[in-house]
Design a protein. Structure first.
Length: 299
């Protein structure tokens, strides 16, 4: 697969994610956040699982044998995905789709920051001013008075740390295993079963709640999980991290468009300036290190 083809897959994933924010807000009914998250990822797992099994058989026969640490990494990625998706879903229900879309993009500058501290990867100097600008933009976008954020915004922001970890783990595992469908299907299974078990004990869902959220579960499970997350895993195997982060961050634009078109949401000029500041910070983090200003460096 060429880089252009991989980039197109990532762009499609971003479009699906952004448009799915609307369904994630209005399609849950009375079903609890954890249960909804588990159910939609289990639907996605069932769709991708047959393809993952076929790829696993082919890879182990022709390329390499999966090791215990491979499976451990994939299972860990599934639990990180469960935490990220649950926190985000909880926040989406308590803020606007537009805000949720913009704030989710905060994971992009977090990826190189976490890479520096956890993996000792060098980063460009632009990381630090861009991160500060992202947090300033977050405050402006929230539209809150004083220093109090809307509660939904805080939940979405907390999810970005785990989304950043998820991106890092996916990049490592997709390259290491050379089996993106296996990685996708297994992480979906872990996230799905984990969410349903936790939801059963913490939220005690009943049949009527599940039936009321059935459309949202199936829609998001098919498009956002089975299609978009799988496209992400495949694309990250063939696309450099900078390209991938830029393209995936475009989901914020699609989320804002979805909120405006389908939910009648709107942004004031001040709030819009906060979102623009976030996007420019994201682009600066990813684009400036590629220019003539020099190679990334650590402090």
């Amino acid at each position: 697969m060429t880089r252009i083809q991989a980039n197109l897959l990532l762009a499609l994933a971003a479009m699906i994610w952004g448009s799915s924010f609307v369904v994630q807000q209005i399609g849950t009914g009375d079903l609890g956040t954890i249960t909804f998250t588990g159910a939609r990822f289990l639907v996605g797992a069932m769709i991708i699982l047959p393809f993952g099994i076929r790829q696993l058989i082919r890879v182990e026969r022709e390329d390499r044998t999966f090791e215990l640490k491979d499976w451990f990494g994939i299972v860990l990625t599934g639990f990180v995905l469960l935490i990220a998706a649950t926190l985000q879903q909880h926040g989406i229900l308590r803020t606007t789709v537009t805000n949720a879309g913009f704030l989710t993009a905060l994971y992009v500058p977090l990826v190189p920051v976490l890479g520096l501290f956890l993996l000792k990867r060098k980063v460009h100097f632009i990381i630090w001013p861009a991160s500060i600008c992202c947090f300033i933009g977050t405050y402006i976008l929230s539209g809150a008075d004083g220093f109090d954020f809307a509660i939904g915004d805080l939940w979405v922001i907390s999810s970005t740390v785990f989304w950043a970890c998820h991106v890092i783990l996916i990049g490592i595992l997709a390259s290491r295993t050379r089996a993106p469908l296996v990685v996708a299907a297994t992480q979906f299974l872990v996230c799905g079963f984990g969410g349903l078990v936790l939801g059963f004990f913490l939220e005690s869902p009943d049949f009527e709640q599940i039936r009321g959220a059935a459309f949202g579960i199936c829609y998001v499970g098919f498009f956002s999980v089975a299609m978009a997350f799988t496209l992400q895993v495949i694309g990250q195997r063939f696309t450099p991290a900078a390209d991938a982060a830029i393209i995936l961050s475009s989901e914020t634009v699609f989320a804002a468009l979805g909120g405006i078109l389908f939910l009648g949401e709107h942004l004031t000029l001040i709030q819009l300036s906060g979102g623009v500041l976030i996007l420019f910070s994201i682009l600066g983090v990813e684009l400036l290190p590629l220019t003539r200003f020099g190679k990334p460096r650590s402090l």
